[in-house]
Design a binder for this molecule. Structure first.
Ligand code: ATP
Ligand code: MG
Length: 573
C-alpha cells in the first residue's frame, strides 16, 4: 500500500480523554477513532490488525474442531425472558423496540440464541458433541466505558459454545478450548497467564480467565513465583496454616473495656492503642440473601465478600446498612465486635487467622468503646472458621507453598463450564443411547478481539510508538525512501516495493514527499516490525534494515536484501 494514498489520520496532540499509552497511541497513530463514548471506528490500519487477530482465532478454533457461524446482533426479548436474564442482566443490556412495540436487545452475548438454535435442531446423542462459534459485534452499556477499545460499549468478540452429552464430554471440549486459547495468545505475541477465576452464580466449577499482564489491567492476579499457580485475587485460596501469628507467645490477659472516643477505623484504633493492625479483629456486618453475618478478619487482612457469599451459597451479598447495625448490634458501625452477639439473628464467621489471635482488640458494641485482651473461645465463639479473606503477598501458594506475588492483568479471554444453566432453562434436550431424554451440558468461551488488539499495543510499545509483533502487525515492512526527489532512491524503492510484495510481504510504502524526520516519526508511531530505509547510502548499493522492537540496524547490499530479510524474519516469528 502506498502511504500517500492510505487513510492514516495521525494526530500530533494526545487526545485529552486518553489516559493510558495504548489508547493514546492507537488514536495518535490513526488506528481507531471514537464516534461517541465507548463506540469506535476501526480505521484501515486498525482494521488490518483486527483481521489478523481474527484470523489467528479462526485458525485455532477450526483446528480445535469448532465450526464458525454468524448469529444476529438483534435478539428478541422472549428468549431473554426464558432464561430470566431479561430482568437479571440489568442496565448493561441495550434494549430496543421495533415499530410494533416489541422488545429486542442488542446482544451482549449469545447463550440464548445459540441454545434456541441447537434445541430446535439437535435431538440425539449421535449429533453431539458440537462446538459452534462466531466473531461478531457485541453491545454492553458499560457503566464506565474507558481506555479506548479495552472497555467499550460496542466491541468485537469471538464467542464459542459447546454442547456435550455428559460432564466428561464437557471436560474434553473445555480442555480443547483451553489449549486453543494458549495457542491464540501465544501467536498474538502477548505475555499472558491463564488464571483461575470465580464461576459466580452459574455454578460451573472450572473457569479460567486469560490475562495479558499489564499495570493498567483492572484485575489483580495472585500468582506463585515457584509453580504455575495463578488465580484472580477474589478466587485465590488462602492456606489455612498461618505464618506470623502470636500463637503461644502471650498469656491471655483479663478482658478490659476501654473508652475510645472517635476511634473507628483500623488505623485509628491501631494508633489509639499503639498496637499493630495484626492485633485488631475487624468486624464487618454483611447480609447474604436474607441472613445477617458478622464476619471477622484480622486488622491487616481484607475481607473477600465473594468467598463469604459462596460460603453461604448465596446469590446476593451486601454490606449491612448503618441502620441495620444499630438495630441488630445496638451500636454504630465503627464499634462493632463479636462479644455478646445476638446469635438468633446473626451468624458469626471468622477467618482462619482470627483463631490464632491472643489479646486482641475489638469493638465493644457500644459507642466510643473497644475491648482489649479479647480471646477467642473465652470471650466469644464463632459459628464457623473459613477462608473469607484475600490472599496477600505474605501468604504461601495454596498449591506448592511457594512465594505469592501480585500482578495486574487485562482479561482478554474467558473459558467457562456452563453446565445445564441454559439448556435446562430453555429445554435443550437430546435422546441418549438408551432412548432416555437428557439435558445438554454446555460450555462457553469468549475472546475480546478488539480488546486483544489494544492489549497488544499496551504491552508492546515504547515512548515513540507501538511495536507490533509480526503476527498481528498491520504491515510487515515499512519501506521508506528518505528523499523521493532523488531518482535513485525513488526508483530503488519502487523496485523493492514490487519485489517484496512478490515475496509475500505486506509492505507500506512511504512514497510521500515529506521530510525524513516526519517519516521516521510516523514510522515509529505506527510500529511496523521492520523498516527498510533507502537513503544516501544507496549510492554505494546499501539499504538499511531496522527492527522496531529492539532498534537493531543492519546495512545490507541491496542485491542481498531478500535473502538476508528472510533470515531476519525467521528470527522474529
Ligand atoms: P469484564 O469483566 O472485563 O467486563 P466480562 O467478564 O464481562 O469482562 P465476558 O462476558 O467473559 O467478559 O466476555 C468475554 C470477553 O469479551 C472478555 O474476556 C473480554 O475480552 C471481552 N469483553 C467483555 N466486555 C468488553 C468490553 N466492554 N469491551 C471490550 N471487550 C470486552
Ligand atoms: Mg463485563
Amino acid at each position: 500500500m502506498k502511504q500517500s494514498r492510505m487513510f492514516i489520520p495521525t494526530l500530533r496532540e494526545v487526545p485529552a480523554e486518553a489516559e493510558i499509552a495504548s489508547h493514546q497511541l492507537l488514536l495518535r497513530a490513526g488506528f481507531i477513532r471514537q464516534l461517541v463514548s465507548g463506540v469506535y471506528t476501526y480505521l484501515p490500519l486498525g482494521y488490518r490488525v483486527l483481521r489478523k487477530i481474527e484470523q489467528i482465532v479462526r485458525e485455532e478454533m477450526n483446528r480445535a474442531g469448532a465450526q464458525e457461524l454468524l448469529m444476529p446482533a438483534i435478539q428478541p426479548a422472549e428468549l431473554w425472558k426464558e432464561t430470566g436474564r431479561w430482568d437479571a442482566y440489568g442496565p448493561e443490556l441495550m434494549r430496543l423496540k421495533d415499530r410494533h412495540d416489541r422488545d429486542f436487545v442488542l446482544g451482549p452475548t449469545h447463550e440464548e440464541v445459540i441454545t434456541s438454535l441447537v434445541r430446535d435442531h439437535i435431538n440425539t446423542y449421535k449429533k453431539l458433541p458440537l462446538n459452534l462459534y462466531q466473531i461478531q459485534t457485541k453491545y454492553r452499556d458499560e457503566v464506565r466505558p474507558r481506555f479506548g477499545v479495552l472497555r467499550s460499549r460496542e466491541f468485537i468478540m469471538k464467542d464459542a459454545y459447546s454442547f456435550d452429552v455428559d460432564r466428561e464430554g464437557l471436560d474434553k471440549s473445555f480442555q480443547a478450548m483451553y489449549e486453543a486459547y494458549q495457542h491464540i495468545f501465544t501467536r498474538c505475541g502477548v505475555d499472558f497467564r491463564a488464571v483461575e477465576a470465580d464461576a459466580g452464580a452459574i455454578g460451573g466449577s472450572d473457569t479460567y480467565e486469560f490475562m495479558v499482564l499489564s499495570d493498567v489491567g483492572e484485575d489483580t492476579i495472585a500468582y506463585c513465583r515457584e509453580c504455575s499457580y495463578s488465580a484472580n485475587l477474589e478466587k485465590a485460596e488462602v492456606r489455612v496454616k498461618e505464618t506470623g501469628t502470636q500463637e503461644g507467645v502471650e498469656d491471655p490477659l483479663p478482658l478490659e473495656k476501654v473508652h475510645t472516643p472517635d476511634a473507628r477505623t483500623v488505623e485509628q484504633i491501631r494508633d489509639f492503642f499503639n498496637i499493630s493492625e495484626q492485633q485488631i479483629i475487624k468486624s464487618l456486618m454483611y447480609k447474604v440473601d436474607e441472613q445477617y453475618v458478622l464476619a471477622l478478619v484480622r486488622g491487616d487482612h481484607e475481607l473477600n465478600d465473594l468467598k463469604l457469599k459462596n460460603l453461604f451459597g448465596g446469590n446476593v451479598i451486601e454490606m449491612a446498612t448503618d441502620r441495620d447495625v444499630q438495630t441488630l448490634m445496638g451500636t454504630p458501625t465503627g464499634f462493632m465486635g463479636p462479644v455478646d452477639v445476638n446469635r438468633d439473628k446473626i451468624k458469626v464467621v471468622a477467618d482462619h487467622a482470627v483463631k490464632y489471635m491472643v489479646n486482641a482488640v475489638t469493638g465493644a458494641n457500644e459507642q466510643d468503646y473497644h475491648y482489649q485482651n479479647v480471646n477467642v473461645e473465652r470471650d466469644f465463639t464463632v459459628d464457623q472458621y473459613a477462608d473469607i479473606r484475600n490472599i496477600t503477598e505474605k501468604d504461601q501458594c495454596p498449591k506448592c507453598g511457594g512465594e505469592i506475588a501480585f500482578a495486574r492483568g487485562i482479561e482478554v479471554g474467558h473459558v467457562f463450564k456452563l453446565g445445564t444453566k441454559y439448556s435446562e432453562a430453555m429445554g435443550a434436550k437430546f435422546l441418549d443411547e438408551n432412548g432416555k431424554e437428557q439435558v445438554m451440558i454446555m460450555g462457553c468461551y469468549g475472546i475480546g478481539i478488539s480488546r486483544t488488539m489494544q492489549a497488544v499495543a499496551e504491552q508492546r510499545h515504547d515512548e515513540d510508538g507501538i511495536q507490533w509483533p509480526w503476527t498481528v502487525a498491520p504491515f510487515h515492512i515499512h519501506l521508506i525512501p528518505v528523499n523521493v526527489k532523488k531518482d535513485i532512491q525513488r526508483e530503488t524503492a519502487e523496485q523493492l516495493y514490487q519485489k517484496l510484495q512478490d515475496e509475500g510481504y505486506e509492505v507500506l510504502f512511504d512514497d510521500r514527499a515529506e521530510r525524513a524526520g516526519v517519516k521516521f516519526k510516523d514510522s515509529d508511531l505506527i510500529g511496523i516490525p521492520i523498516r527498510i530505509t533507502i537513503g544516501g547510502k544507496i549510492e554505494e548499493g546499501l539499504v538499511e534494515v531496522k527492527l522496531r522492537h529492539n532498534g537493531e540496524v543492519y546495512e545490507i547490499p541491496v542485491e542481498e536484501l531478500l535473502t538476508r530479510l528472510n533470515k531476519i524474519v525467521a528470527d522474529l516469528i
